[in-house]
Design a protein. Structure first.
Length: 184
């Protein structure tokens, strides 16, 4: 299977590609994808887990034990747990968020979907999300998997990243452009 050179060129992309290919060969793409989303949420929710994966002070052995305990607590499958052990052993847990993102991209491509990252100032309701997905689908001609996040600093509007394209309709960007234009 051919993957984007951009993903394979990065460290996180090489690990994500390896995990993707193992999961695909074992027919566990959905299971591993679900496990990685669970892990991503745990990283977002737990400061201790964030420190574990980012601290250079945590040794390989301690990181391996801690990540194995975390995987057990999150009820992750054996493939994902073993993969996390490899990351801990290679001192690559710091790349975990990027690996999860790259795995999701590879999985979406495998399913014939495109992934769009949406940043909004406030959470979008179900109707807004459905309307946005429909518009994006008409733009790209395939199903669109949306990863939404909230950043109040954009003040309003949306920032949409779709592959290498970015559409910035945020109020912050518009105000910055207006301020630059007024400076003359």
């Amino acid at each position: 299977m051919e993957h984007s050179g951009g993903i394979q060129a990065s460290l996180s992309g090489r690990y994500a590609t390896a995990l993707f290919e193992l999961a695909r060969d074992e027919n566990k793409l959905d299971v591993v994808g679900t496990n990685l989303r669970t892990l991503k949420q745990a990283l977002a929710d737990s400061d201790d887990l964030k420190r574990l994966v980012t601290s250079p002070l945590v040794g390989r052995e301690d990181a391996g034990k801690a990540i194995a305990a975390t995987a057990g607590a999150l009820k992750l499958d054996a493939l994902t747990t073993n993969f996390l052990g490899v990351l801990a052993g290679n001192r690559r847990l710091g790349a975990l968020n990027a690996i999860v993102r790259d795995f999701a991209t590879l999985s979406a491509r495998h399913r014939g979907e495109t992934t769009a990252e949406i940043v909004s100032a406030h959470p979008l309701d179900d109707g807004q999300m459905a309307s946005l997905k429909t518009r994006l689908k008409s733009m790209v001609g395939s199903e669109v998997n949306v990863e939404a996040s909230v950043d109040p600093s954009i003040l309003g509007g949306l920032i949409v990243r779709l592959g290498s394209r970015q559409i910035d309709g945020s109020i912050r960007t518009k105000l910055n452009a207006l301020a630059t234009a007024m400076k003359g």
